[in-house]
Design a protein around this ligand. Structure first.
Ligand SMILES: Cc1cc2nc3c(=O)[nH]c(=O)nc-3n(C[C@H](O)[C@H](O)[C@H](O)COP(=O)(O)O)c2cc1C
Length: 140
């Protein structure tokens, strides 16, 4: 059994954030069934998500996500084999990042406030990993 971890970012379609609730409920339901775990962060119209689990389950989930019309421009930041899960507390942890978070986490302020340019994250997935790990450990 091969475990993989995949990180991508994307943009919400339009200004309407009411789709976040339904997105999250299908995440939890489907990931529980397929053994996929991870974390979904949202701020200012941008998503950052990590998915992990058995290769086949993660690939199928990501393929479905890429076809979802509620977001666009999915950009894969990282895909790698892992020996153990890092986000196994969550079928899908979720955080809608706020101004309050931005005040407490100056390191990530540009991303919270303005939306980090995709190119910044694509060049190095380090900041993305740090943010995801931070909220994972905070047990939001
Ligand atoms: C930003 C974003 C993240 C998503 N994450 C997941 C996910 O982790 N797992 C999943 O099964 N579906 C996820 N979805 C939803 C899928 O794209 C798709 O709508 C869903 O799997 C369809 O399931 P349903 O028809 O059974 O509700 C996500 C969608 C968006 C827009």
């Amino acid at each position: 059994m091969k475990l993989i971890q995949l990180i991508y970012m994307s943009h919400l379609v339009g200004p309407d954030e009411t789709s976040l609730g339904p997105i999250l409920s299908s995440c939890v339901r489907r990931n529980t069934a397929s053994g996929v775990t991870g974390m979904l962060l949202y701020a200012n119209g941008r998503f950052l998500q990590v998915l992990e689990g058995e290769e086949d389950a993660v690939e199928k989930t990501y393929a479905r996500i890429c076809h979802d019309k509620r977001h666009h421009d999915a950009l894969l930041l990282s895909r790698e084999e892992i020996s153990q899960r890092q986000f196994n507390n969550w079928s899908m942890g979720f955080r809608h990042m706020s101004e309050e978070d931005a005040r407490h986490l100056p390191r990530f302020t540009p991303w919270f406030r303005f939306g980090l340019e995709s190119n910044d994250l694509a060049g190095s997935s380090t900041v993305a990993r740090e943010m995801l790990a931070f909220f994972n450990e905070e047990k939001v």
